[in-house]
Ligand binder design. Structure first.
Ligand code: ADP
Length: 484
């Protein structure tokens, strides 16, 4: 991997704590390239005590960082952003090697990840308080926004860069210090952010990366250490529930970006070509491994066959392979468990009467490669209606009218993203308002941007990331009452 990089020093395997690069007390753990199955790095495996030390260093560094002006923090964050963009190709190669997504998509993720640092760096100058007219003649009421302190993150492997920057950027902009625990599958993309943080002049201890093979031990330390004042998590609802329970003891402020089960609805007045294009991006980007991927595709009866035929053609144009090779649109799945989940949902669909339109089995390339798959005749009693597949399986459900499809779309514990394609204006308003989701894409399959608030309702989470709202999760409000 080093030989593929313009700057080989970007590939690091030690953890970044208090401005030092440290070995793990628990030795190392291996990082595997999912496309080739070979070990590409052995990364420092930190003990819980080392993570406690990282928190202590973050706590010590935070005060001086918070004392800087917003403009000073903004200047440093801008350098961090510029360094990411200047090294985007290398960061992309590292990301593809450990995660599997095609290089063009990986470089796209770096630009997306960097955009949060640019955006929140600018916001650092705009953390406004408030003056409220007093309730008595001699009273003055001032509201201050202050950084919450040390924020800790736990993130998944599907966006190894952007899931960290969209938490670290608002935290640092607000004046918090940050301790990141990346997924053990993809630590290299997090560690390189430490290299660039150092080069950008982020003071030692303000941004830390603690790599560890034991997620639960780190999660406990984050929840039990009184210096951590904020936990921010992206991952499954199941683990989010565990962390919220653990965080309850300390009444810790939590942000949770959890699972989704996105409906993607195609009405009979939709532009079908646009809907197919949107479905392709929404379902097959990152090989179906995003929490906002279309999980259930509902198509109105009158256009069902035509949509299915067009989607089949588009899916058969995908090129599966090693993401580092040219022209590849679809990489491997992250691991064997991910393949098993797709097979389980597929088996359930076919056992209950659904049919495979294209794909439907492991790919000839072997490993964790899987054929991009479309199934028809899918119904609400199948597992895929209730659970996230997180893989390249597009299930087509048929519906008759608006009320029926809204009921089906909302029939889930999740509420992250939903999408629909329609032209009739009153239908567009009605459906956008009726969907019980934090994010709704209308005539588009791509909704992620740093300038908009991303987050879910119901069991998909708490809090919002991105936009001016995203910084609030890292700020405390203080009310100062003055008698004059
Ligand atoms: P995914 O299916 O995306 O891996 P998970 O919720 O299982 O979703 O994992 C998300 C992140 O949470 C990963 O970095 C994982 O290591 C971590 N994690 C898993 N279990 C725990 C736990 N009990 N405490 C803290 N972190 C955990």
């Amino acid at each position: 991997l080093k030989s593929l990089l313009n700057d080989p020093e970007l590939l690091v395997t030690k953890a970044y704590v208090g401005g030092q690069w440290i070995d793990g007390d628990n030795g190392t753990f291996s990082v595997t390239n999912p496309a080739r199955g070979d070990v590409i790095a052995k990364v420092a495996d930190l003990s819980r005590a080392q993570v406690a030390d990282a928190i202590e260093q973050a706590e010590a560094a935070q005060k001086e960082w918070a004392a800087m002006t917003g403009k000073e923090r903004a200047a440093i964050l801008r350098k961090w952003f510029d360094l990411m963009m200047a090294n985007a190709q290398d960061l992309g190669r590292i990301l593809t090697a450990e995660q599997g997504k095609p290089l063009a998509e990986a470089v796209g993720e770096i630009a997306y990840g960097a955009s949060f640092i640019e955006f929140f760096g600018e916001e650092a100058k705009r953390i406004y308080g408030e003056m409220i007219p007093g309730h008595q003649r001699d009273k003055r009421i001032m509201v201050l926004k202050q950084p919450i302190g040390v924020a800790a993150s736990i993130t998944p492997w599907n966006f190894p860069n952007a899931m960290i920057t969209r938490k670290a950027a608002p935290a640092l902009a607000a004046g918090c210090a940050f301790v990141a625990r990346p997924a053990k599958e993809t630590p290299l993309s997090a560690l390189v952010m430490g290299v660039l943080a150092e080069r950008a002049g982020i003071p030692a201890g303000v941004f830390n990366v603690v790599t560890s093979s034991s997620a639960s031990a780190i999660g406990k330390e984050f929840c039990e250490n009184p210096a951590v004042r904020k936990l921010t998590f992206t991952g499954s609802t199941e683990v989010g529930r565990i962390l919220l329970k653990q965080a309850a003891d300390q009444i810790m402020k939590c942000s949770m970006e959890l699972g989704g089960n996105a409906p993607f609805i195609v009405f009979d007045d939709a532009d079908l070509d646009a809907a197919v294009e949107g479905a392709m991006m929404c379902k097959f980007r990152n090989n179906g491994q995003t929490c906002v991927c279309a999980n259930r595709i509902y198509v109105q009866a009158g256009v069902y066959d035509e949509f299915a035929a067009k989607l089949k053609v588009a899916v058969e144009n995908l090129r599966v392979g090693d993401g580092l090779n040219d022209g590849i649109t679809t990489g491997p799945l992250i691991n064997q468990d991910a393949v098993d989940k797709v097979l389980e949902h597929l088996g359930d669909v076919t056992a209950k009467g659904g049919e495979v339109l294209t794909g439907g089995k492991r790919h000839a390339l072997g490993g964790t490669f899987f054929e991009p798959t479309v199934v028809t005749g899918v119904t609400q009693d199948m597992a895929v209606a209730q659970e996230e597949t997180f893989g390249p399986l597009a299930p087509l459900f048929k519906f008759e009218d608006v009320d029926q499809v809204i009921a089906m779309a909302n029939d889930t514990i999740f509420g992250l993203a939903a999408y629909f394609y329609a032209k009739d204006l009153s239908r567009v308003y009605k459906v956008a308002e009726a969907l019980e989701y934090g994010i709704v894409g209308v005539n588009t399959g791509i909704i992620s941007t740093e300038v908009a608030p991303f987050g879910g309702v119901k069991q998909s989470g708490l809090g919002r990331e991105g936009s001016h709202h995203g910084i609030e999760d890292y700020l405390e409000m203080k009310y100062v009452c003055m008698s004059v």
